[in-house]
Each structure stands twice: as C-alpha cells, then as structure tokens.
Design a protein around this ligand. Structure first.
Ligand SMILES: [Zn+2]
Ligand SMILES: [Zn+2]
Length: 244
C-alpha cells in the first residue's frame, strides 16, 4: 500500500532548485513508480518557465525518461489562472505537447493584461476577496478553465483565492479532474473535505516539491485521513491516475 507517483514537482526551469534528473533520482530513491515535472508557466516572468525554453524542457524530460525506464516520467505544466474567463497562460500547441496540465492561481504571477489585473488579480488582494460574489467569480474562472483546457488537476484549492468547493468538486467529478491535496500547504479544513467528499470527486496527493528533497512528500494525506474519507478516492494511492 503506497503512493505510486508524485504528480506535482518543480525544477530550475521555473523556480525549483533541482534538475529534472534530480527529481527523478529522488523519486526512484523513495520507491516511486512515477514522477511528473510540472513547472510553473508558461510566461516570460520570474517564477515561470519561459516560452523560449519550453522545447528544451520537453527534450530534457524525454531524455531523462529514456535514461530511467524504471520510473514513469510525465511532463506537465502548472498553468496560472489569469482571468475570470478561465484563461490559462499556455497555448493550445503547448498544451498538446504535455501529458497533463495543472491549473492554479498564484499571486506572484505578474499581471500583464488589464482584465487580469482589474477583474481578477486586484480584487483577490483587496478585502472584497472574501465576498460571496467574488468567490463565485473565482469559481466561474475555474469552471471556464476546465471547459476550455485539458486541465487534469486543480492545484491547492483555497490557496490565495477563494472558491466554492461544492461547485469545484462537482466540476471535477463531471470532467474527470483531480482535486489536489498539496503537501507544501493544504488549506482544506475537515468541513471542506466533507463538502468535497459529498460531490464524489477524486483527489490526488502531491508534494509540490520545489527542491528534490521534498519529492514524494505525501503528508497532506493526514488531513484527508482525519476527515474520515476513503483512500480509494485518491488517484495516486495504489494506482496510476488517468489524466484527461
Ligand atoms: Zn501552485
Ligand atoms: Zn507548484
């Protein structure tokens, strides 16, 4: 009984500290059957994979994959939610070259468009971020992103941005998207787990490692266990997830 793979790890292609090879070596050392490299992106800003290096990123993952047939290595991107319309910062061409996509909101993503800044980023900084109307707008943004892109994982719900977890859970269930339990920081309360559990959605537990030493950290599962949910709902517990 074990977690088979860690599907959210960063490297120096965005603002992680290790290389693709380092993360894979760490995954092998911890007995994992799979690791995904999911750098932030894809923009020209700090913290994110630069579009100019996207092909290098893919080639690097491919060469490490060939060198380590003992582990299943996947390529992904943790794309930023950048508008209420559900825009993500990766192109359709880039999306098609990846094994799967993670979607998350990050306050460090520098706003470069008026609608991103005024309609989405700024309101999520101001006190109005806690208003019901704002939370529903954020929730709509996730719904739109999942409808428009091949999102496989909704990253760290409730980090930096509010949303309606009942709607998110129903969305995840309908589209076959996994709701992430993020071991770097999991903001979900026992009540939140109960809300998500009722929707019938599936979960994935990841490290969100920004250094190789943290690859294979699945400690967020403790909160899941405390909430009394069944580990059969976790897509990387004793099985491989199937990304859309
Ligand atoms: Zn993130
Ligand atoms: Zn991350």
């Amino acid at each position: 009984m074990a977690f088979w793979g860690d599907y959210h790890t960063h490297t120096e292609y965005s603002h992680g500290k290790g290389t693709v090879e380092d993360n894979v070596q760490a995954g092998i050392a911890r007995g994992l059957k799979a690791v995904a490299i999911t750098d932030h992106g894809i923009t020209g800003y700090p913290h994110n994979l630069h579009p100019a290096y996207f092909e290098d990123f893919l080639a690097d993952v491919e060469s490490v994959r060939l060198a380590h047939p003992e582990i299943n290595l996947l390529s992904g991107i943790e794309a930023n939610l950048i508008s209420g319309k559900g825009d993500l910062d990766l192109t359709e061409v880039e999306q098609e070259k990846l094994d799967f996509i993670i979607c998350g909101f990050h306050q460090v993503r520098i706003p470069d468009k008026a609608d991103f800044f005024f309609d989405f980023w700024l309101p999520n900084f101001l006190p109005i971020k806690n208003r019901r109307s704002r939370i529903m707008k954020n929730t709509d943004a996730y719904v739109n992103a999942v409808q428009r892109y091949r999102v496989g994982v909704i990253a760290h719900p409730l980090r930096s941005i509010g949303c309606d977890l009942r709607v998110i859970g129903e969305l995840a269930k309908e589209y076959g998207v996994y709701v992430e339990l993020n071991s770097k920081k999991c903001q979900l309360s026992p009540q939140d787990f109960e809300t998500l559990g009722k929707t019938g959605c599936e979960f994935i537990v990841n490290s969100d490692a920004h250094e190789p030493e943290r690859v294979g950290d699945f400690s967020a599962v403790e909160l899941f266990d405390q909430a009394g949910l069944d580990r059969k709902l976790i897509a990387n517990w004793n099985r491989f997830p199937t990304f859309r």
